[in-house]
Design a protein. Structure first.
Length: 545
């Protein structure tokens, strides 16, 4: 073969766009891409499955804020990544999926070519912001640049590019790709909308801000805090917005969206500013949450404003628009009222009493242990597991901590690969995944990935012998369980067999076990055998009302 192929163009283009690491699984049609990657300085992480690679790319993107390229091969390899792209799409995570394709002249001809799909792009187009196929070798860099830009343009999300194998193996000349322009345009909300929103907030007696994941993705946490302090407004967050304001801030009201205390804070506001949230089903109690008539909805996607709750629109990037709101508002002559801090403190106290009133179970103590042991800049990734359903509303985050949670799609198997991706993005920080025994079996092979590459992600594996939260739902709805028990697995032996050191522990000894795991130079796992109950099962008594 010639020295430089289309696959080299792919690798050089990704490096020129600013990619730091690439995740994926080699396949026969995509081998030229991996050969190209071998000649660059990009870090390559071959996963055990495309699903694991997609979740790792997601975790890397959430932790770093940059698209993480995902390299997959034609047909079944590409399709294996679809759940990861669904999560990235529904949680607005910037990701660039690059797939090989059968030869250009055979696409759509149903000739029985290896890995052929009738229309591979049609499987991806409904999930991604941008989908395209290269028509020539020369078009590859520009195509990847457009996909990179689209992934980062608010609202962020995954993009997809497919490259026929004949182009990947074709000669690419001698001119190496060293720079590519992919300027992301961020638009501030229009002046008229800003003026209306500023006037409403300036005259509000009890404003409240509700911050979502768009605030974090836009890097608008500072602007959010400045606006809240200027208004003296309590700040609640959605689960995806968790960390938009540190829990120790006096205006932080938390993100326990199902707690009456937080719901009343939102509904009693005379003006509610919803920033960077789509007001989805999980956030709004299946759209039944009562919200005030005077609402301002800041979102980069105009089609999402007003579809669930009538609101004054603020259409634009969260960082630019919040900064402009701060500039529009004049500080109150006597300074902000301390009533907002008192309201936020009252909510936090009621939520704390609600948690303390739930009889039985180790769940609050387990969260407190995790909070105490983790470093102040830790990244945690959570599966849709019982302890995750506690962490989303109740885990407290410091100013430098990050919380990764697959609420968008509600998938299993997310957290461990996501922690791998986060650890690659920030090798000096702790990345801990909290996973159940059901969820880890979706991603068990990625333990070997972490061991092979020396990735120091940590795993807290909670074994209750089944799909615990589904077990709860079945018992609640039908009075018995079906197909949710997973008995007999020796998970400690399995983890150890995949070259990851593991320690078995109890709830009372969890702190020591986690400390041990954090001290290991590479990946490490802690196995906790315990049956937990979700917050909806351990309902608060009168003291938590």
């Amino acid at each position: 073969m010639p020295e430089r192929l289309g696959g080299h163009l792919v690798a050089e283009s990704l490096a020129a766009l600013g990619a730091r690491a690439v995740f994926g699984v080699p396949g026969v049609h995509a081998l030229a891409i991996w050969e190209g990657l071998r000649t660059t300085e990009l870090a390559m992480y071959g996963s055990r499955t495309e699903l694991g690679a997609a979740f790792a790319a997601d975790g890397h993107a959430r932790a770093s804020g940059l698209p993480a390229p995902l390299i997959v091969s034609t047909g079944p390899g590409a399709l294996n990544a679809l759940p990861g792209l669904m999560e990235a799409a529904s949680s607005h995570v910037p990701m660039l999926a690059v797939s090989s394709q059968i030869p250009s002249d055979l696409i759509g001809r149903d000739r029985g070519y290896l890995h052929e799909l009738p229309d591979q792009m049609a499987s991806f187009a409904p999930l991604v912001k941008y989908a395209a196929r290269a028509q020539s070798v020369e078009s590859i860099p520009g195509l990847l640049a457009r996909a990179w830009r689209a992934a980062l343009t608010p609202p962020a999300g995954p993009t997809y590019v497919e490259l026929p194998v004949d182009l990947l193996r074709a000669p690419a000349g001698t001119g190496e790709v060293s720079s590519l322009q992919a300027v992301v345009e961020r638009e501030c909300a229009p002046l008229g909308q800003l003026a209306g929103a500023a006037a409403a907030l300036a005259h509000a007696r009890g404003p409240v801000i509700w911050a979502g994941g768009g605030v974090i993705r836009s890097g608008a946490t500072r602007e959010l805090r400045e606006l809240a302090e200027l208004l003296g407004a309590p700040v609640a967050t959605t689960y995806m917005g968790k960390g938009a304001i540190p829990d120790e801030h006096p205006l932080a009201a938390g993100c326990a969206c199902e707690e009456p205390a937080l719901q009343e804070l939102l509904s009693d506001a005379d003006v509610l500013l919803c920033a960077g949230t789509e007001l989805g089903e999980q956030t709004t109690a299946e759209y039944r949450l009562s919200l005030p008539r005077r609402m301002i909805h800041l979102d980069a996607a105009p089609e999402r404003v007003g579809i669930t709750y009538p609101a004054m629109p603020l259409i634009g990037d969260a960082k630019l628009s919040l900064r402009a709101l701060v500039a529009e508002l004049s500080p109150r002559p006597d300074g902000p009222s301390d009533a907002g801090e008192a309201r936020a403190a009252a909510v936090r106290a009621r939520v704390r009493r609600s948690v303390e009133s739930r009889a039985g179970g180790h769940e609050p103590e387990l969260l407190a242990t995790i909070e105490r042991v983790l470093p102040e800049d830790a990244i945690t990734a959570w599966d849709m597991t019982i302890l995750g359903s506690w962490a989303a509303p109740y885990l407290r985050l410091g100013a430098r901590q990050q919380f990764l949670y697959p609420l968008g799609s509600g998938t299993l198997g997310y957290a461990w690969p996501a922690a791998i991706g986060a650890a690659v993005a920030h090798p000096g920080r702790t990345a801990l995944a909290v996973v159940g025994d059901g969820g880890i079996q979706y991603a068990i092979g990625e333990l070997a990935t972490a061991a092979q590459h020396g990735i120091a992600s940590k795993l807290l594996l909670i074994d209750d012998g089944g799909y615990g939260i589904l077990r709860e739902y079945q018992l609640e709805m039908f009075g018995h369980t079906t197909a949710v028990e997973l008995p007999g697995a020796d998970l400690a032996a399995l983890v150890s067999a995949l070259a990851v050191p593991v320690r078995t522990t109890t709830p009372g000894e969890l702190a020591d076990a986690l400390t041990w795991a954090l001290e290991q130079p590479g990946p490490a796992a802690v196995l906790l055998r315990a049956e937990l109950a979700s917050p909806r099962t351990l309902r608060p008594g009168p003291r938590g009302a």
